[in-house]
Design a protein around this ligand. Structure first.
Ligand code: SAM
Length: 386
C-alpha cells in the first residue's frame, strides 16, 4: 500500500543510521556552501531550500505523488474526496448567500486532482459553478504543468503567492498544504529556548542538528506551557503558517467566505519534534537527502484557530477527517458508486474509503478546520451531534 505523508507510528531514522547518499542534488551543495560561509542555518531555511530551491528543490523538480513517487494524498486515493469537497463548496456558497461572483482558491493543489474532481461535482450545482472564478496557488513549475493538463478547458489563474482579489468573496481550500510550510525549532537548555539549527559535520560528511544559544525564542512566544516544559524539550514555531492563516482570515473578514484546512497535526499547543521526511513511501532521516525527500511538520491547529480568531473570523473544528467525511456524505456517495461498479471496483472503492475515514489510517490523524466570516451560521461537516 502506498504511504501517506504522515507517519506517526514509524520512527524516522536518526542521523548516523546509514551513510549519506552521494550529494547529487544541487540543494546539498547549496546548503553546504551556505553553512560554510555564514554558519549553521535555521531548520526553516533548511526546509525552505530543500523543498523550494529553484534548481533542486523537492517540489520544484518532480511529481512526488503515487506508487512511483514518494507518497499519496487523499484526493489521489479516491475521486470521492475531491467530489465531496466540491459539494461542500457549493453548500458553503449557499451559506454565504449565493454570491453571483466568488473566488475558489486552492493552496498547494499538487496534481490538481482535488480541483478536477470538485469541478466535476459542481456541474450538478451550475449556479455555484458559474459564480466561481478558479485560482491555484502553486510554486512548483512541474506541478503547474500537470495541473494545466488535468484542468485544460477550465479558466484557471495561477499564483505564486496568496492572491488578494479585492472585494470578491472567497472559498479557500488547503489540503496538506500548511504542513509543507517551514518551521523553526527551539530547544530548552538551562531554562532558555535556544534555536535548533542545521550544521554540517565534515568528519562524517552529513548534515546534523546543532544549537545556536544566541538565537532565542522571542519572549512574546514563550507561553506558560513552554515555561513549564522539561529541559531538552523541543518546540516548533510556525510563523509562516501564522502568516498564511492571518492573510486568509483578513480576506474572509473583509470579503466574506470560508477556508477549509485539512492536514495532519495536533489539536493543542504541544512540544516535541514533528519534522519528518518521506521518500519512496518510507520515513527517512529529515537531514539525509534534502531536495530528494518530502519534508513536513505537524500543523498546530490551536495556533491556526487562535490566529484566525485574532483576525476576527469564526473557527469551526478541528474535527477528525473521518467524522467530517462521513458528515458530508462519503458513505452515501460510495453506495451510489457501488450501483454501477463490478466486484473488483466495489472492493477498491471500499478500500479507499476505509483508508480515508478509518481511525487506524487517515481518519483521526488528519483533522479538518474551517475559518469563516461571522455571518455564516451553518457549515456542513461541523454540525454538533445532539
Ligand atoms: C503535499 S502537496 C499537497 C497536494 C494536494 N493538495 C493534494 O492533496 O494532493 C503540497 C503542495 O503544496 C505546494 N507548495 C509547497 N510549498 C508551497 C508554497 N510555499 N507556496 C505554494 N505552494 C506550495 C506543492 O508544490 C504541492 O502542490
Amino acid at each position: 500500500m502506498n504511504g501517506s505523508r504522515a507517519h506517526p507510528k514509524q520512527n524516522p531514522k536518526t542521523p548516523g543510521d546509514t551513510p549519506p547518499e552521494a550529494p547529487e542534488n544541487p540543494v546539498v551543495n547549496r546548503l553546504k556552501r551556505r553553512i560554510k560561509t555564514d554558519g549553521a542555518v535555521s531548520v526553516a531555511e533548511f526546509m525552505a531550500t530543500a523543498l523550494g530551491d529553484q534548481d533542486g528543490g523537492y517540489y520544484t523538480t518532480r511529481d512526488p505523488f503515487g506508487a512511483s513517487g514518494d507518497f499519496t494524498t487523499s484526493p489521489e486515493i479516491s475521486q470521492v474526496f475531491g467530489e465531496l469537497i466540491g459539494l461542500w463548496c457549493a453548500n458553503t456558497w449557499q451559506s454565504m448567500g449565493s454570491p453571483s461572483d466568488f473566488a475558489l482558491i486552492e493552496l498547494g493543489p499538487g496534481r490538481g486532482t482535488l480541483m478536477a474532481d470538485a469541478l466535476r461535482a459542481l456541474r450538478h450545482v451550475p449556479a455555484c459553478r458559474n459564480a466561481a472564478s478558479l485560482h491555484l496557488v502553486e510554486t512548483s513549475p512541474v506541478l503547474r504543468d500537470i495541473q494545466q493538463n488535468i484542468l485544460r478547458g477550465e479558466n484557471v489563474t495561477w499564483h505564486s503567492d496568496l492572491p488578494d482579489l479585492g472585494r470578491t468573496p472567497v472559498i479557500f481550500i488547503a489540503n496538506e498544504f500548511l504542513d509543507a510550510l517551514p518551521v523553526q525549532q527551539y530547544i530548552k537548555l538551562e531554562g532558555r529556548w535556544c534555536e535548533r539549527v542545521v550544521a554540517f559535520d565534515d568528519v562524517h560528511d552529513r548534515f546534523c542538528f546543532a544549537v545556536n544559544p544566541v538565537r532565542q525564542l522571542p519572549a512574546r512566544d514563550i507561553t506558560h506551557q513552554l515555561v513549564a516544559a522539561e529541559e531538552g524539550s523541543i518546540f516548533e514555531h510556525a510563523p509562516m503558517v501564522q502568516g498564511v492563516v492571518a492573510a486568509i482570515s483578513h480576506q474572509l473578514f473583509r470579503n466574506g467566505g470560508a477556508g477549509l484546512i485539512i492536514d495532519y497535526g495536533h489539536t493543542r499547543h504541544s512540544t516535541g519534534q514533528t519534522l519528518q521526511a518521506i521518500r519512496r513511501h518510507r520515513p527517512v532521516d529529515p537531514l539525509e537527502t534534502p531536495g530528494d525527500s518530502d519534508l513536513t511538520a505537524y500543523v498546530n491547529f490551536q495556533l491556526v484557530g487562535e490566529t484566525a480568531t485574532a483576525a476576527k473570523t469564526k473557527v469551526w473544528g478541528p474535527v477528525d477527517q473521518g467524522v467530517f467525511l462521513q458528515k458530508i456524505g462519503i458513505v452515501e456517495r460510495a453506495n451510489t458508486l457501488f450501483k454501477h461498479a463490478n466486484f473488483a471496483q466495489i472492493h477498491d472503492i471500499r478500500t479507499a474509503i476505509t483508508r480515508l475515514i478509518s481511525p487506524a489510517e487517515m481518519g483521526t490523524l488528519f483533522k479538518v478546520m474551517a475559518i469563516t466570516d461571522d455571518r455564516i451560521s451553518h457549515l456542513a461537516g461541523f454540525e454538533t451531534d445532539s
